[in-house]
Design a protein around this ligand. Structure first.
Ligand SMILES: [Zn+2]
Length: 476
């Protein structure tokens, strides 16, 4: 029997505000434990929460960027539960009136682009962080995270493969980063993902019994966890068994899933409107202002790069992976003769060197105008591509213009035919074996002679000219 996989994702994203959602405690990753707390986020009796407008703005911006309809009128609710990571014993969230609904994100898909529905986006506060002590029977709690503003993005069960789930997450991350809504650092917990997965016979309309996967702390682990769970469920169903609705934890070390709890312990959160917070009422002008804050998004940028610069889809995808890289390319390409050459240099040598340095494009001193300048010097024959690679590295550490580096280090390409002919004569005289081989039809021998020429000139000889000269001289 053939099965179809159905996946839905719940993504929690921390909003990039300076302070928490209902108090003025600072939002800082890595601060000393329990040092960014106050009576409001600790839930002391008698305190009142006040909504941080920046969190509301970012939440609305995210909802609009993800093509959601934004509610003009919404409210906050209390989600009641008792757990050590929540000192108030309830979380302020949004229940039946989320800020955004009915959005979508387009992903590349397995064979063709697919639109993945977003059911809802709601605002809420984060809970504290528990660390289970490796030294004994104890857990430690850090409440700095309590009250950090979050949005939860719930997708429709539209994803069909673990890889589509990864594409969806990449796209959400990219859109939110472009919008300045969140830094989306999964390793710091500012983007977290839970997944629902079920299988059903191909052609069946109703959904199969699902399991929920938690604790996947990287995109790679999301794919691993879902692949494992997909195969596990398939095996159970093929053997005639039934899937039990459970919450599972992905164990990174073993690559398997472990049962956390089953449906019987499903929580009743007794939601009710938070009486401490007024309703959120938005005017059209307020929404328009949020829409105006949304920059060109990755999908639009990819389409423009393909059309305006004639880039292949793959290049456009790589270059828009971060907004900083996309902007760098955009400026460099607009000043270069051949945008595809800019793309090649960026995707190859520049990204390679950045990876070596462990840095971001904005953390190195070379500006896009300078990269365009370097490419012009290759085009007009001042330097060879080989020399340009060394010059590029220098530019990325010193921030100097290519022309300045070339002049200082005497790297100008030798295109003086008379000078090159003189060197070629010496090389030919010193390598009779190669000459003989070439005349005997061994094409490779030419490469050896050209290589000798480049060595003699410390890589500065114009390679096309050298090739032509040597062939001419050997034929004489
Ligand atoms: Zn506080």
């Amino acid at each position: 029997m053939e099965f179809e996989t159905v996946i839905g994702l719940e993504v929690h994203v921390e909003l990039r505000t300076r302070t928490k959602i209902f108090c003025s405690c600072a939002v800082e990753f890595g601060a000393a434990s329990n040092s960014r707390v106050c009576p409001v986020c600790l839930g002391s009796p008698g305190v009142l929460p006040v909504l941080n407008e920046e969190a509301l703005k970012l939440g609305i911006r995210a909802a609009l960027a993800l093509s959601c309809e934004v509610r003009r009128s919404s409210k906050f609710d209390r989600k009641n539960y008792f757990y050590p990571d929540s000192p108030k014993a309830y979380q302020i969230s949004q229940y039946d009136e989320p800020i955004g609904e009915r959005g979508c994100v387009v992903i590349a898909g397995t064979s063709a682009p697919r639109s993945i529905g977003i059911t809802r986006i709601h605002l809420e506060e984060d809970a504290g962080k528990l660390t289970h002590s490796p030294f004994g029977d104890a857990s430690l709690v850090d409440l700095n995270r309590v009250g950090i503003p979050l949005i939860e993005i719930v997708s429709e069960p539209d994803l069909r493969t673990p890889d589509e789930a990864r594409q969806y997450l990449e796209e959400i991350k990219s859109i939110l980063q472009y919008c300045g809504v969140s830094d989306c650092r999964m390793e710091e917990g500012s983007l977290r993902c839970d997944a629902n997965i079920s299988l059903r016979p191909v052609g069946q309309a109703t959904l199969g019994t699902k399991t929920e996967l938690k604790n996947m702390n990287s995109f790679r682990n999301v794919v691993r966890g879902l692949e494992y769970e997909q195969e596990r469920q398939r095996a159970v169903l093929m053997a005639g068994g039934a899937i039990v609705q459970q919450t599972l934890r992905f164990d990174e070390a073993t690559g398997t899933t472990i049962v956390m709890r089953s449906k019987e312990d499903a929580h009743d959160y007794r939601y009710f409107p938070d009486p401490d917070l007024p309703r959120i009422e938005l005017t059209q002008a307020y929404l328009d202002a949020r829409r105006a804050e949304i920059p060109e998004l990755p999908a639009q940028m990819r389409a423009r790069f393909e059309q305006a610069y004639g880039l292949p889809t793959y290049d456009a995808l790589v270059l828009t992976s971060t907004q900083r890289l996309a902007r760098f390319f955009d400026v460099a390409a607009s000043q270069a003769v051949d945008p595809k050459a800019v793309s090649n240099w960026l995707m190859g040598d520049v990204l390679g060197y950045l990876k070596e340095m462990g840095e971001d494009i904005d953390a190195q001193p070379m500006r896009p105008e300078q990269l365009a300048g370097l490419l012009r010097l290759i085009d007009d024959g001042t330097i060879s591509t080989k020399i340009a690679k060394t010059v590029l590295r220098d530019m990325m550490t010193s921030g100097q213009d290519a022309s300045a580096i070339i002049e200082q280090q005497g790297l100008v390409q030798i295109s003086d035919e008379a000078a090159l002919r003189e060197i070629a004569e010496r090389v030919i005289a010193a390598n009779p074996k190669s000459v003989e081989d070439w005349r005997a039809g061994k094409e490779k021998a030419l490469g050896s002679l050209v290589g000798q020429m480049m060595k003699e000139t410390k890589g500065k000889a114009n390679p096309q000219l050298v090739n032509r000269l040597i062939v001419d001289m050997l034929r004489d």
